[in-house]
Design a binder for this molecule. Structure first.
Ligand code: ZN
Ligand code: ZN
Length: 389
């Protein structure tokens, strides 16, 4: 148990507190009594020195041991006491200040990161171009010339943004530093100068062509190869064709976003194609072959005998090319709709009647009659009664 407790009392902790509690107590008090927060207040300054001194000793396990046993006297005798350190150094050590930075910055939401230097090389912005193509173009792949606008160096001022015969001047507000101190309560934070937006220089007379921006919108056209198999949403990157970089930074990229126009005949799902085909009922019944359109051209489709309405047939390898897999193709799926003819010629009627006659209608009726007799009070009798009443 510590025999000396004055330093603990200064930090408002108990003598058996651990290191974390010690740190926490110091942090709280140091922020409270920091001279930046109490300008001109001598009492606060003295208090700040005292808590820094107490923390310096107690945060060192060796010194704390000696202090607990022999007090500050003991430390002085061993050459370890007194204000061996600048209280601000102790403070900065703990809060990660240092380097002349304001220790409150990181503590009060400064975020730690320094403001971006607007004069540093910066990559240009990416551009996006929506390209609509047909399904057939997506099938074969195409070369397409596209035209777009991107920023380019103003030829009038060569990017300086200054009118002819004038030059940028150091910003008067920040003296060319690009940063100004903003007082926020008890401390000062450095911020981008609002006059020059952190550049450190201003344009006394703007270039009339680019209005001081240094860049103008310049039309550009490039030839693109759209590979076979692209789909809606396919994103192609054309590197270096985005907005130009600033201060010597690289250009951004151009992204081509593909959109496939709706097709009248085909629906696409990945590399598969879906189509609907109407067939006459005799073809469905008898089976046979028929020529159908696919993205790959006219293809023969075999209809099996006894095909039903809504049956689906698949032609493997007759769909779209698989993107990035040369030589791979999806399937062509055909949903069959069996049509009942609406108009028949006399000849067709006769043929159908002959077909119908092949059904044993008599026997079918006899079968019903038999059921009727077997069940006189059943369903058939009731139905009969209903229709004869
Ligand atoms: Zn210009
Ligand atoms: Zn400025």
């Amino acid at each position: 148990m510590a025999r000396f407790t004055a330093l603990y009392e200064t930090l408002e902790v108990t003598a058996d507190c651990d290191e974390a509690a010690l740190k926490k107590a110091y942090r709280r008090l140091a922020v409270k009594f920091h001279p930046d927060k109490n300008p001109g207040d001598k009492t606060a300054e003295e208090k700040f020195k005292q808590i820094s001194h107490a923390y310096e000793i107690l945060s060192n396990p060796d010194k704390r041991k000696i202090y607990d046993e022999y007090g500050e006297e003991g430390l002085n005798n061993r050459g370890g006491g007194g204000f061996s350190s600048n209280p601000f150094d102790i403070f900065n050590d703990l809060f990660g200040g240092g380097g002349g930075g304001n220790p409150f910055e990181s503590f009060f939401g400064g975020g730690g990161g320094r403001p971006r230097n607007p004069n540093a090389p910066m990559r240009g912005a990416d551009l996006r171009y929506n390209l609509e193509i047909t399904l057939q173009e997506a099938f074969s792949g195409i070369n397409r010339k596209i035209e777009f606008k991107r920023a380019g160096l103003c030829q009038e001022c060569h990017g300086s943004g200054c009118a002819r015969g004038t030059h940028p001047e150091p910003c008067k507000r920040c003296g060319g530093r690009g940063q100004v101190g903003i007082s926020q309560g008890f401390f000062t934070m450095m911020q981008d100068c609002p006059s020059c937006r952190g550049k450190g220089s201003t344009i006394p007379k703007k270039c009339p062509k680019c209005n001081g921006a240094g860049t103008i919108s310049i039309p550009r056209s490039i030839e693109l190869r759209i590979p076979a198999g692209v789909d809606t949403g396919t994103r192609m990157r054309v590197s270096n064709e985005g907005e130009p970089g600033r201060n010597g930074g690289p250009n951004g990229d151009l992204y081509i976003i593909i959109q496939i126009k709706e097709d009248a005949n085909f629906e696409r799902e990945d590399s598969d194609i879906y189509a609907t085909l109407h067939i006459p009922f005799h073809l469905a019944a008898l089976g046979g072959t028929i020529m159908i359109p696919t993205v790959q051209g006219q293809t023969e489709l075999t209809i099996p005998a006894g095909t039903q309405n809504d049956d689906m047939l698949t032609l493997r390898g007759k769909g779209m090319p698989v993107f990035n897999h040369p030589g791979s193709w999806g399937s062509h799926h055909v949903k069959l709709i069996v049509d009942v003819p609406k108009k028949l010629s006399e000849e067709q009627k006769e043929a159908l009647k002959a077909y119908a006659a092949l059904f044993d209608v008599k026997n079918s009726n006899q079968a019903n009659a038999d059921k009727e007799n077997a069940d006189p009070n059943g369903f058939f009798q009731k139905a009969k009664d209903f229709f004869t009443k």
